[in-house]
Design a binder for this molecule. Structure first.
Ligand SMILES: [Zn+2]
Length: 496
């Protein structure tokens, strides 16, 4: 039987438009989805939008439109990333959909034994949709948003998180839910050790003018955004109606991975696991946590005017150029920085000068050469190609997108050096050209997960199929340059 692999990303708040940081996460997840398909597994790749937040009510109010109008408009922008970034999504769930609402309410009922009501007063950050303890604030401000949280006093529903403390600790420590990288796992453990208090999981419906999912049998309250949002992962699979799909992809599947940003680790590494335990549902096996993308070493923010918009970026440089930069230049797990000069420098060096140049050089000579019946590459190439496959895979198995790409670019460098020595444009030696063509085919094969469009173009120009086990016959048809060199000085798109 084929192995199954479920991969999800965070679902995004729709109170504003997507930026390049959202793109980073979706692209990382897409590489993993494509890679597991490449390994021959059944893959389900899910993303979506989180639309029941109080932030949306406020954002809509500011714009003078209805909340529904705002979420519809903005959710579309997030959905549009699918095409713009070439995401191989299998589903996109919006938390305003019926399948989600019914699932979230069902999950609430499944946790009923751990839910109770009490009056509560606390400091609430609307940006985070979370209550903060006094000692968690930095100079009285939310550490994430640098804004002053509101003092709120309400009668709300609570979830007995404290009850699960020991169980959670064991699950995380023993990697029953493996948090990657280790530093993030340590953070979760130290949060558990600092003492887990019960969490508030509802708010008064009137506080958000009725926006949100009603608590079952109590319409004066709506579900806390996170209780609601986290359930998207199972609702998309048909949890509400206990579908076969839910059973197969969630309950019985032992290969489920959540890809998230570091800011929402606590919700996934602790709250979500506890909720699933309470509802007696299967747990995810792994949580991969990426860092943040900064622009010119500053947090991207509207007020600073440095938000990198993925739409014009892709329009100018192409999808694969953006994918390449985010995967190769940005650390998979630490914060990484985006600047236009660096982006263009990498583009010219690695894409125009690296892969683009190699393909053009090899195909120019190959077009004019009769290869005859050569069917074997030289041992040094065989060794190099094998090594590349190995390094590429082992890096990717450990979420090291940058190192995996480096392995491919090492093979590109190896071919470039070989060309300099052998000068095939003078000698027209078929054997030399054959070595290079087979290498290119393998480069394309490995690039499929990272730069799918580029890989396809290389296969087309070589006239071979990505499904070939051995590349014996080439039908060369040289095409356009893959990445034309950028000659103009860099432009800041967001300033145009
Ligand atoms: Zn906040």
């Amino acid at each position: 039987m084929k192995k199954s692999f479920l991969i999800t990303t965070a679902i995004d708040y729709v109170n504003s438009f997507p930026h390049a940081g959202h793109a980073l996460e979706k692209i990382q997840a897409d590489v993993l989805a494509r890679y597991h398909r490449f390994l021959g597994e059944n893959v389900f790749f899910l993303t979506g939008t989180d639309e029941n937040s109080l932030k949306n009510v406020q954002a809509a109010g500011k714009e003078g439109i209805s909340t529904r109008e705002l979420v519809n408009r903005n959710a579309k922008k997030f959905y549009d990333l699918k095409e713009v970034l070439d995401l191989s999504l299998d589903d996109f769930i919006r938390t305003t959909e019926v399948r989600h609402i019914e699932g979230a309410q069902k999950l609430w009922k499944a946790c009923q034994k751990d839910i109770y009501k009490k009056t509560y007063q606390g400091l609430y950050c609307v940006g985070c949709e979370e209550f903060y303890k006094e000692n968690e604030l930095v100079n009285g401000l939310c550490p994430e948003h640098k804004t002053k949280p509101e003092l709120i006093k309400e009668e709300n529903y609570f979830f007995k998180l404290s009850k699960y403390r020991n169980q959670l600790k064991k699950i995380i420590e023993k990697d029953e839910v493996k948090i990657i990288p280790q530093t993030r796992k340590n953070e979760v453990i130290s949060f558990i050790n600092s003492g887990l208090k019960d969490i508030c999981i509802s708010r008064l419906a009137e506080r958000g003018r009725g926006w949100g999912i009603p608590v079952p049998e109590d319409s004066t309250q709506v579900l806390w955004t996170w209780f609601d949002a986290l359930s998207n992962y199972i609702n998309a699979l048909g949890y509400a109606e206990d579908s076969k799909k839910f059973q197969e992809w969630w309950q019985k599947n032992e290969n489920k991975l959540h890809v998230i940003g570091k800011g929402i680790l606590r919700f996934h590494g602790i709250y979500w696991i506890a909720i699933l335990l309470s509802a007696r549902l299967a747990l995810p096996e792994r949580i991969f946590v990426h860092g943040y993308l900064t622009a010119d070493n500053q947090k991207m923010s509207k007020s600073l005017g440095n938000v990198v918009d993925p739409f014009p970026l892709v329009k100018k440089y192409g999808t694969d150029a953006v994918r390449y930069y985010l995967l190769r230049e940005i650390s998979p797990t630490d914060d990484g920085d985006f600047t236009y000069p660096k982006f263009e420098e990498k583009y010219n060096a690695d894409l125009a000068g690296g892969i683009g140049n190699l393909v053009a050089r090899v195909l120019t000579v190959a077009e004019k050469t009769k290869l005859g019946g050569i069917e074997k590459i030289e041992p040094e190439f065989e060794k190099e190609i094998k090594k590349t496959h190995y390094n590429c895979k082992s890096a990717l198995d450990n979420f090291k997108f940058n190192e995996s790409l480096k392995a491919i670019w090492d093979l590109i460098g190896f071919c470039d050096k070989y060309i300099e020595i052998k000068k095939p444009w003078e000698t027209k030696e078929p054997k030399v050209i054959y070595n290079l063509l087979v290498s290119l085919a393998h480069i394309a094969k490995l690039l499929q997960s990272f730069l799918p469009e580029t890989a396809e173009k290389i296969f087309d120009q070589l006239g071979v199929s990505p499904f070939d086990k051995k590349f014996l016959k080439f039908r060369i048809k040289k095409g356009k340059l893959l990445f034309p060199k950028l000659n103009n000085k860099f432009t800041q798109l967001n300033k145009i």
